[in-house]
Design a protein around this ligand. Structure first.
Ligand SMILES: Nc1ncnc2c1ncn2[C@@H]1O[C@H](COP(=O)(O)OP(=O)(O)OP(=O)(O)O)[C@@H](O)[C@H]1O
Length: 327
């Protein structure tokens, strides 16, 4: 099949100025430029109400953007929905289930509604999908007897009935207990290893840190940042901590070297390392030099080190908001 060469072809998801203003006037998504590399596990992170679900619904062609556009697997949405969506598996906001049908029958029915699905392989594909999400034993139970977590798994199984190039999962671990969350994360990793690009939204930072290679952070409908998870974590500087019986001198020397927000607690002095960046002297401050400066000034250093910066530090710094840490 001939592929048109377009700018976004190497991205699994690409949005340009994607904007949604709801009828009530609420600007839910504001000029979003996302770029999700193929092969990545891309975390779409933001607190509740930041516009994640609205974005996902636009990506999948479920609602029209007010302005801007999105490409899925290089094709414009919603125009190319018919040719693209069969290559995309999605789990969006609590899947629609028939409560009176078993889990298995729900999937058989779902698959039968898909004109691209081969009926001859339906039964084994349904069995394999149930097995993958850990529902094989509960496949014969009516969906109304399923817990929220089991419903979530069934929705995921529906997305996995066929091999997909891209999976779009809206809060896939929502409603799962910690064990269930671990299982879904392991499954996401496995799918990624098989070459599927996974785009998943979450309001849980540690989840993103555990499974994602890339992430974007949303706050109030706007994109705050995107990049690899490693880059994002590196973007926040860890705090420097020095243990010394000479805290007063230590504070003076550290201040002279640009360390800010100094806090003294008995023999422990901590502070923010200066940010190297454009406009400032952009040679990063060498920790070893800082240590040497303390020693030169006669400060007795018992322990010295930068605390590891986590993605959480980065995101709190970027959004000015806390995140749920549950799970
Ligand atoms: N159909 C709608 N009509 C009007 N406003 C809406 C509609 N859907 C969402 N919103 C508003 O748009 C904003 C973004 O909501 P959205 O559901 O996209 O956020 P979210 O990040 O997915 O949050 P959550 O995780 O709670 O679903 C919110 O302020 C929400 O109240």
């Amino acid at each position: 099949m001939e592929q048109r060469s377009t700018e976004g072809d190497d991205a699994a998801v690409e949005t340009r100025g994607l904007t949604k203003r709801y009828r009530g006037g609420q600007l839910a998504v504001d000029a979003l430029d996302l770029s999700v590399p193929r092969g990545s596990v891309f975390g779409f992170l933001g607190p509740n109400g930041s516009g994640k679900t609205t974005t996902i619904r636009m990506l999948m062609g479920l609602i029209e953007p007010t302005s801007g556009g999105a490409r899925l697997l290089g094709e414009p949405m919603p125009r190319a929905a018919r040719s693209v969506l069969p290559r995309v598996g999605a789990l969006i906001e609590g899947p629609a289930l028939y409560p009176f049908l078993t889990g298995r029958d729900n999937l058989l029915r779902y698959d039968a509604a898909d004109p691209t699905a081969d009926p001859r392989t339906r039964a084994p594909r349904v069995a394999a999908a149930l097995d993958r999400v850990g529902l094989a034993a509960a496949a014969g139970k009516k969906a109304r007897a399923y817990s929220l977590g089991m419903k979530q798994r069934l929705g995921l199984a529906a997305a996995l009935l066929q091999p997909r190039e891209l999976l779009v999962l809206d809060e896939p671990t929502n409603g799962l207990d910690p064990q269930g969350m671990r299982e879904i994360r392991a499954l996401v990793r496995e799918l990624a290893e098989e070459g599927t690009t996974v785009f998943l939204s979450s309001h849980l930072l540690d989840e993103i840190e555990q499974v994602c290679t890339h992430a974007a952070v949303m706050a109030q409908g706007r994109l705050i940042t995107q990049g690899t998870v490693a880059e994002l974590a590196a973007g926040s500087r860890g705090r420097l901590a020095v243990t010394t019986p000479d805290p007063v001198d230590a504070v003076r020397v550290l201040k002279e070297h640009g360390v800010t927000d100094l806090v003294v607690l008995d023999e422990r002095v901590s502070g923010e390392l200066p940010v190297p960046g454009p406009g400032v002297d952009d040679a990063p401050l060498e920790l070893a030099d800082l240590n040497a400066a303390l020693v030169r000034a006669g400060v007795r250093v018992r322990a010295f080190g930068a605390e590891r910066a986590s993605l959480e530090d980065a995101f709190v710094a970027l959004t000015g908001e806390g995140f749920d840490v549950a799970g």
